[in-house]
Design a binder for this molecule. Structure first.
Ligand code: GLU
Length: 392
């Protein structure tokens, strides 16, 4: 079979692939603790599930408008106003089947062959491949553990040229857990504001899983002048523990949204009607479970960070949010004669400790592993015990 050049440009998502491999081993009876996928272990709150049941009973089981139901779009507009202090109209919003589809549609709509997209590294696994699938060229902006994954704006400026089309922000960041505070966002925007052809994306999906001292800000909160060329990407998966419901959304200039809508009309038509009703309820009501879940993630984070730092050669700084920690194994790998990189390390951890993690290189940065803490405390305690024994 001769496949398209386009499909050969991309790889299976490593987070998804490693998770299915780990689950396969688990189903075969192996005692694997799966710390690969970033998926809340909590159940979707009851008030949200009830609203989905009601939607089914009321017959909300048909196609919806391509860009989302009027009800959900209104909930998103209200959310952006009250939580983010941003004003949008209905034709500036599109609902898709998960934030991943929103990102995919956005890039397909604006990236042309040869366009360059600047992505801070480490980045979420799908960013680079979605850029490639759109015909673009991912251009990496290096950040590092030692520098707390800070963005060097001089380096950002050096990467910009006439082919640069987009700069992608994801804060709090998957996998590093770094939050771009308003001071950093101001520095970034001082560069972007000068280059008027560059679009900006702000992936805010971890907005609520956040324990930095500053209240969540995105780039538009510090630089409203960028609004016309910035697209906000978000969804209900992470905050409301609704990964399987597949609801994400984008907010941005109406012409961009219109093109994303055209693409969606020729692909998935619309997101699930039932999930849209549930997502609207999630956003419209106070979710009492949200601070509880956040508190639990923070407790797990503190525990895992402290346990990892007990292992010789491993360093793990506290994060600002998300449900990942991203320890450095640089010294560990330097001393180790048998393992030469983080991919071998992740395999070794899987075989010896029966703990599944994602190597940092999947996120574009070596010598790290990503550990998801979206799992109950008992499993985390057992995983840390196993890691300590197998790595010492
Ligand atoms: N975003 C999550 C992760 O990084 C979910 C899996 C995926 O879509 O990559 O694990």
């Amino acid at each position: 079979m001769k496949f398209s050049k386009r499909i050969n440009l991309i790889q299976p998502s490593s987070t998804m692939a490693l998770t299915s491999k780990a689950n396969e081993l688990k189903h075969k009876g192996e005692d694997i603790i799966v710390l690969t996928v970033g998926e809340p272990d909590f159940d979707t709150p009851n008030y949200i599930k009830d609203s989905a049941k009601k939607a089914i009973d009321e017959g909300l089981t048909k196609y919806t408008a391509i860009d989302g139901t009027a009800e959900l779009k209104k909930s998103i507009i209200d959310k952006l106003k009250t939580e983010n202090n941003l004003e949008y109209s209905s034709n500036e919003i599109i609902v898709s089947a998960g934030c991943k589809q929103s990102i995919f549609n956005f890039l397909q709509a604006v990236i042309d062959d040869g366009d360059e997209v600047i992505i801070p590294q480490p980045y979420w696994v799908s960013y680079a491949d979605i850029v490639k699938y759109s015909g673009g060229i991912p251009v990496m902006l290096q950040t590092n553990y030692e520098n707390n994954f800070d963005i060097d704006v001089t380096e950002l400026e050096n990467l910009i040229n006439e082919k640069t089309k987009l700069f992608m922000i994801n804060s709090p960041n998957n996998p590093s857990g770094k939050y771009y505070d308003s001071e950093l966002l101001k520095k970034i925007s001082s560069v972007l504001i000068k280059h008027t052809n560059i679009l900006v994306s702000s992936d805010d999906i971890y907005e609520h899983i956040h324990w930095h001292a500053e209240k969540f800000h995105n780039i538009l909160n510090v630089c409203p002048e960028l609004k016309q060329r910035t697209v906000i990407l978000n969804g209900v998966s992470k905050a409301y523990s609704m990964t399987g419901w597949r609801i994400g959304y984008a907010a941005g200039d109406k012409e961009i949204i219109k093109k994303m809508k055209t693409l969606q009309s020729q692909s998935t038509s619309c997101a699930s009607s039932i999930s849209q009703a549930a997502a609207s309820t999630a956003l419209n009501n106070t979710c009492h479970e949200l601070p509880e879940m956040n508190k639990e993630y923070k407790k797990r984070h503190d525990f895992v960070v402290s346990e990892l730092n007990k292992i010789d050669g491993v360093e793990c700084k506290p994060t600002d949010g998300t449900f990942y920690v991203f320890p450095s194994f640089k010294d560990y790998l330097k001393e180790n004669k048998l393992l030469s990189n983080d991919t071998e390390l992740a395999l070794y951890i899987l075989e010896k400790a029966k703990v599944a993690v994602v190597p940092g290189s999947a996120f574009g940065i070596d010598n790290h592993i990503r550990i998801s803490i979206a799992i109950d405390m008992d499993s985390l305690k057992e995983a840390m015990k196993r890691l300590n024994t197998s790595l010492s």
